[in-house]
Design a protein around this ligand. Sequence first.
Ligand SMILES: *Cc1c(COP(=O)(O)O)cnc(C)c1O
Length: 692
Amino acid sequence: MPHAEHGGLGFCVAGTGTDVGKTVFTAALLRALWHVGAHAGAVKPVQTGVRTAEVLTSPLSDMRVYLSAVADMPEAMASHPAAALHCFALPASPHLAAAREHRQLTCAGLCAAVRQHWATAQADVLLLEGAGGLRVPLNAREDMLDVMAALAWPVLLVGGNTLGGLNHMLLSLDALRDAGLCVAAVVLIPTAEPAAGCPGVDVPAMLADNVAVLRQRLAARGVEAPLVELPRLPCLDISAWEHLAEKLLPLAQNLVAWPADNAEAGERLIQRDYTSVWHPYASAIAPPLLTPVTRTHGNRIVTAEGRELVDGMSSWWAAVHGYNHPRLMAALHGQAGRMPHVMFGGLTHAPAVALAERLLASMPVGLERIFFADSGSVAVEVALKMALQCQMGRGEKGRNRFLTPRGGYHGDTFGAMSVCDPVNGMHSLFTGILAQQLFMERPSCRFDRPFPPESLEDARRMLTEHGHEIAAVILEPVVQGAGGMWFYHPEYLRELAVMCHKAGALLIFDEIATGFGRTGRFFAAEWAGVTPDILCCGKALTGGVLTLAATACTDAVARQICAHGQVFMHGPTFMANPLACAVAGASLDVLLEEGWKERVAALEQGLHAGLAACADMPGVADVRVLGGIGVVETCAPVNTTALHRFFVERGVWLRPFNRLVYLMPPYITPAEDVEQLCAAVRDALRAGVHMQ
Ligand SMILES: *Cc1c(COP(=O)(O)O)cnc(C)c1O
């Protein structure tokens, strides 16, 4: 999707390599754009081989070429249509040229410079010319393609029509596709030196074949961009520029009419949304407030208006590494190339086996078998079914109910719903349909206070009275998530585990929200040092990229389920999806390599510091922080729509519900962004936006 800023349209010009003619193309297109009435400009964010003082005179300066293409057009020249933002003397790759002058280029810095330039340049159409090919490095980590991806402007790809040119062109198209960039046109220019003539080789026929093959390949990839052939002219005088510009007039017209991705386009999307789709926990006839978004990167979500929101939700606990992490994307693309999916009945594959081994190694000792499911709710269904089948295998036919604390949340499918909080959950809606489970008091023991033993009284009573009919106790360890963001004392779990064991009930930990470091331990079970019989994980399992969940159980549970020749009766179509498994493997790598523990500790510190002041604000009942979770509990349900508007206006993404304004930012969030999130919460509460 193209991007409109300052009321104009931006396009990137990328080459398949150096010296393919992209500067001449950019300059000629600049002229063509002026011919079709656009106030166009061209900008070179990084110019190497040219000192700043020589940017108008050096034969290596691209800015000089742009200006020469419109030198006879007074209205174009009057608008200062060309600029170079960073010049370096060394004629080399940007990372080397900058380093020579003790400077460092960054993607964010270049994007900011481009936006600032555009704010003053007043161009309707801005052409941004890269440096060399797409993968030319800017620094140790980022390259030119990252700048184009961050700007998200459509790309005009220029390549040489020569031997090998097709190869570079197709590889560049792959890179643009993987970056999610739209190709606005593909431009072929013959090289200065036509392919050295071997006897019997018809060079013009060969170059014509390049064009034909490229057309076929573009069609096969579904790229609808026009293919433009431009001649290479020996001498670039005004008549040569005019000749090239004439050839580019149709393209220029095309670009000027490009559908802008802007607030208006976002508004149209909302209207289409309202007539055809449904949102979570929402009405179809009184539809909810929606913010259209187009891209993500790092800890940012980009709206259709081009606003960047600091993410404070990790997309419901999932995107712990932020978005588009290069390692996760590489795993996704690599696995997509090998095998996106196969059925798991009768077949197996390395991504699933390796992930199962690694999950078990990271879980509490004693869990030895993994069942993959496709969402958290299904993982909970699987856990409940495992417990029932396990009790059947033990010959305990009367154990077919579950005991769970109030205030829990375990998903939206029927089995999972039956163990959600009976008041805030959907029990009243489905009375008589939901299985009748047993409920005990929510653990009243705060995480941050000494443990009161009486908080287990109700659990003890229920297990005594109903022990014989209970298949398992299911609960979220330490943190009750969607049911109230409540943090309770780990000692509760230690004693509960002993009581369950005595009562012959299995213990199921639902770690779908708490898993993978969020509470400050890799799994929240570690706070208590308890190994449950069954453990569910999901949400952050793939770092927020794809849907995948897993249910683990002990060897004893697995054996009891499968006693007497029985099998476990579950098998989702997309079980152990290889794409999701491969990304989950990469996510585990990144958690370890990037030091999740230190990052979550830093989040905890930032959230503590940033939210403390909320405790004294109007309508606030409690403030609590654990690991990467910060919660402000209010006295009355908050006005979620007013807060949504307020937060988006403030450049942050938070989604409060009921009496909870809560934050769980991606682990990669820098300290200043944690503070920006907290400041938005403080200001909203201070202004009483939640009580509107
Ligand atoms: C989100 C959640 C679920 C449900 O997972 P889905 O992937 O949404 O089906 C179950 N249990 C807990 C604790 C959760 O937070």
